[in-house]
Ligand binder design. Sequence first.
Ligand SMILES: [Zn+2]
Length: 290
Amino acid sequence: MWGLRHQRTLGAPIELTGVGYWTGRQVTVRLRPAPAGYGRVFWLRSAGRPNQRIPVKIEHRVEVPRRTSLATAGARVEMVEHLLAVLSAFRVDNCSIELDTPELPAFDGSSLPIAQALESVGTREQSLWQPALIIDRTVRVEEGDAWIEARAATEPGLYLEYQLDYGPGPIGKQQFGMWLSADTFVRQVAPARSFLLEQEAAELRRRGLGAHVTYQDVLVFGREGPLGNRLRFPDECVRHKLLDLVGDLALCGADIHGRIIAHRSGHRLNARMVERLCRSCATHRKVRAA
Ligand SMILES: [Zn+2]
């Protein structure tokens, strides 16, 4: 059946260090290859040992503003979406992700440092098949004027489109679509950075958040455009929203085949789409590769 492929893991371990947006602390994340069938699993270190386990699954998602976080009893990890987007685009299905602080490093607000590190070690094929979720009907979720529509697959692969509308101003309306692959992700989406409006940044600061975050760590838009920074793409904002969507869809735990069109959606609506897809479309599994 089309759509099935062997699972993959990292070619070699990766270690990355950076500052977290929310904790403001220096974070080291270590990604290690894992056996077939292991999945993607966060391990939080305490007392120097990786001993709190958080599997990457939609049922472990917790509702928090502006990011995707996962939790199990007693353990929680913040802002997982930019890393999960890279693992999903590179089809790294089995990976142990060790952290010494319960938050991923923010880097420059994009996925580029993670994608480049992964590109340098490559991936290797494993013995089991990766489950495939084939969209076989239209599935739609809505919240206010935001919506996401999943449309039936007519060929293998996942086509994603995002439509952004910030009304009058420097961001305005933007639309971006692509077939997801490691190559399209690295070139077209991974460099796109997180962004905020100037008034949103001021509001976060008033609440005591992100005091350490500078205009180099996140794009902050004033009336005329980004403050103290330059865009990497004229439509960088919509590309970053598509990056977030890839990261959130990784909570499916399967390769998705079909088309997904998102209009002004955020992490919460993205997660509702994942829940609906998992419920309404069959996941095709084979236990062992031929
Ligand atoms: Zn993001």
